[in-house]
Write a protein that binds this ligand. Sequence first.
Ligand code: P53
Length: 476
Amino acid sequence: MSGFKEGFLWGGAVAAHQLEGGWQEGGKGASVADVMTAGAHGVPREITDGVLPGKNYPNHQAIDFYHRYKDDITLFAEMGFKCFRTSIAWTRIFPLGDERQPNEAGLKFYDDLFDECLKHGIEPVITLSHFEMPYHLVKEYGGWRNRQVIDFFVRFAKVVFARYQHKVKYWMTFNEINNQANFHEDFAPFTNSGIKYRPGEDREPVMFQAAHYELVASALAVKAAREINPTLRIGCMIAMCPIYPLTCAPDDMMMAMNAMHRRYWFTDVHVRGKYPQHLLNYFARRGFALDITAEDRAALAQGCVDYIGFSYYMSFATKATADNPQLDYDESKSLVTNPYVKQSDWGWQIDPVGLRYSLNWFWDHYQLPLFIVENGFGAIDVRESDGSVNDQYRIDYLSAHIREMKKAVVEDGVELMGYTPWGCIDLVSAGTGEMKKRYGFIYVDKDNEGQGTLARSRKKSFFWYQKVISSNGETL
Ligand code: P53
């Protein structure tokens, strides 16, 4: 093969809460994203106890895609998108999360959105849960600490599979389910699982328990999808930051291997339907008594995913230290700077070769089709007086990554379904809540304080990506 296959899914990716806005329209309920304030690089987003007056909640309006999606999809079509990855806001369909009947106005919104995509020949690719679970489930049930949430999620999944089965073929269950491996910080436990830790709580077993319930819910959703319509394809979604050893010292290598175990075991369960032995041994060593039933194990075995969706932004590095004889990985402490790569303004290590490595790593481990559903460069854009944005740095980042992706396909023989760069239109950053951390090919006139006309304009990268798609990845 000399290049990307026919029908390769070029497109772009977003998530409902980061662009829709309309947070109370059409009967929508509040989600975890609606109680997070704006932060900045080094300033964490505040998670408030409900929506409080006087705070800045950037996701409430976001970029108003809820009202402007037709124009935005027209711009995606102009770039030549073959697919568009977004998520369904769970709170549009089940505003509280524990209702028996779905909200018709929310269902209708996504019918219209998907019809609009299909009209332009753009295939929707849909994530079920992308950092936006109903806040009511957090307050009343403790989020994914609670086994009952499995039933609520599976009900939601069945409703949307049945409703959209003829419009959406490719689905993913939980976005970046493995972010919560970083359980010492507050962001990932809350966005992944609606978990707020209590002071002094032993966080790690709580994370494993929540992740287990999500994995069971994911497996039950996969099974349900097959029963509803066997042509549906359901993937997992993993945040891939490969972890390199800082040196070739054997202990550094083992530290990196353990770190990979601790960040990527989620994929083993999604793909193989069972826990890897290293993790069961770790639970035993740490004395974690988790609620994992025989019924759960059967569900996991029957709900293995069809493909692996993953995000790739950066690689990590780690090293062994004398105070850690078991070489246990703690993401909040174990990472070191890689001296061989540069970083973005937000400290993300830029490593295109790491994408080729990641593709090979997934392929060697799992032999399932892969889908790069996020990749991109968050940067500060400057708009010239004529309105143009000369984002050559973004073009450089993306073209370097596509080159490595091509090597993985052409030279290494990895099976790759598609590529959807993140934030194809500027949107609210998940990690910081900022607008100024931009990823888009399309500029949106809005700043960190929420000021701006929300007008859309094409950046230099817009025209570049248009050529990438029309040449099927040959013109970079
Ligand atoms: P932002 C951390 C590490 C890698 C990906 O991130 C991450 C995160 C969380 O911040 O999230 C994914 O907006 C996520 C998107 C997110 C995107 O990467 O923090 O799936 O929702 O916007 C970029 O720059």
